[in-house]
Design a binder for this molecule. Structure first.
Ligand SMILES: C[S@@+](CC[C@H](N)C(=O)[O-])C[C@H]1O[C@@H](n2cnc3c(N)ncnc32)[C@H](O)[C@@H]1O
Length: 409
């Protein structure tokens, strides 16, 4: 936070700084815990979300040769996300900055002025609309006028906005960026809410962060499909109680039909932790666990996305761009992105070493690097997961893994 000057006192605002930019925040909002009741919403902890978004836009522009970006920041709040896009992203031709809250829109105007962006050459369109209405208006534009980047960053679930957003975004190589912060819903604490909001059953177990992200991905894919669009997941990131999905649109019907094969379910035995996945819309739940043979129907979660969550060349580009950045979150982002790279081609759930050690009554939790090295030595695949820094992914069968952990103690 920058010190208060007399002008700021007059305006009853405080100047904050983030990334390359400054912005005003009303005094009452400045020191309170971020919540919906702020006159204009701002959450410092979501700086990492804005950092990764700008890296994602730059990586998209570079990899897919997009020299003229038309971006929609559909829920801009203070405008800090848009201002940072204008300052940190290359090739921005036009940006729509929108928020439904009138106080936010007034603040956005002031914040653009504070950053000398009002007459900076990029076409800026500010609006105070329901995001769905804005998307619906944009969907009427010609292909060349339509946005190629859309960002949705709501309070809680993005579910209401996904359909109109796909109608607005270009259907070939458009970048969709969607945040969900309703993690108790996606991670299985609120089962009925998840069924209502995402049409999928969640499961609150030791790998719920990954299943939650896969439910969100399934939902986004499904809504894209009914708009005659497919989505290639570029990055699916969990951090600080949010999931942010970056997906690339494609429109080939046969490819869309192929990608539907990635919809399916996980089954899970709550007694022994056995898990498996079915890459099929139809689910036959075994009457008894194939591993511990407990005669009790297994639990399930889904439908969810069983395909890859990230794209390799895109992650590599993100890592390179992050290395060149001076973001405060650079190290954390580097950890997340490098581990996400390891997740590609790995099994679709993970084992928490603390959880397993407790179950096996081990004296010490084995070191994660030691476990991974041992698994790889034995010829199994093994990696960390960015969803949970205390967990590993491996194709070793769970019973064998448990024996190996015991032998390491
Ligand atoms: C989580 S905040 C966005 C934070 C912002 N993107 C940032 O990085 O600081 C959600 C914003 O969405 C706005 N909002 C809520 N419902 C909306 C709607 N239906 N259409 C447009 N904006 C909406 C709220 O006023 C709030 O400013």
């Amino acid at each position: 936070m920058i010190e208060n000057t007399d002008t700021q006192k007059e305006k009853n605002v405080v100047v904050h700084e983030e990334g390359s930019s400054k912005f005003y925040l009303p005094v009452p909002d400045s020191n309170c815990v971020p919540s919906k009741s702020m006159s204009v919403f701002y959450n410092k902890r979501m700086e990492i979300n804005r950092d990764i978004t700008n890296l994602a836009i730059n990586a998209y522009s570079e990899l897919y040769k997009k020299n003229e970006l038309i971006i929609v920041d559909s829920m801009a709040a203070t405008g800090i996300s848009s201002i940072r896009m204008l300052k940190e992203c290359k090739n921005v031709k036009k940006i729509y900055i929108n928020d439904i809250n009138p106080a936010a829109v007034e603040l956005i105007k002031k914040n653009l002025e504070l950053n000398n962006l009002k007459n900076a050459g990029t076409f800026i369109e500010i609006s105070k609309k329901d995001a769905s209405l804005l998307f619906s208006e944009l969907s009427q534009l010609t292909h060349n006028e339509k946005p190629n980047v859309i960002s949705i960053d709501p309070f809680g679930t993005p579910n209401l906005y996904v359909d109109p957003a796909f109608k607005a975004l270009i259907n070939k190589e458009g970048l969709m960026c969607i945040t969900a912060t309703d993690t108790p819903v996606l991670f299985g604490v609120k089962i009925k809410a998840c069924l209502r909001k995402y049409m999928a059953k969640p499961l609150n177990n030791e790998f719920h962060k990954e299943t939650g992200a896969r439910i969100l991905m399934y939902f986004i894919q499904r809504i894209a499909n009914i708009n005659k669009v497919g989505i290639i997941p570029l990055l699916t990131m969990y951090s600080n109680h949010f999931v942010r999905i970056f997906g690339l649109t494609f429109k080939n019907k046969n490819d869309i039909s192929e990608s539907i094969k990635n919809f399916g379910y996980f089954i899970y035995c709550k007694h022994c932790g056995y898990r498996n996945w079915y890459q099929n819309i139809i689910l036959n739940i075994p009457e008894c666990c194939p591993l511990c043979e407990k005669r009790e129907k297994l639990e399930f979660t889904g439908p969810l996305w069983l395909g890859e969550l990230h794209k390799r060349d895109y992650l590599e580009s993100l890592i390179e761009l992050n290395d060149q950045s001076s973001y405060k979150n650079r190290n954390r982002l580097n950890t997340i992105l490098s581990i996400a790279l390891e997740e590609i081609n790995m099994p679709k759930s993970y084992y928490n070493l603390h959880y397993l050690s407790k179950e096996l009554k081990l004296k010490n939790v084995p070191k994660i690097d030691v476990v991974i090295a041992k698994l790889r030595n034995k010829g199994y695949t093994a990696s960390r997961t960015h969803f949970d820094f205390k967990s590993i992914k491996t194709d070793m069968k769970m019973n064998e893994l448990k024996q190996m952990l015991v032998s390491l103690n």
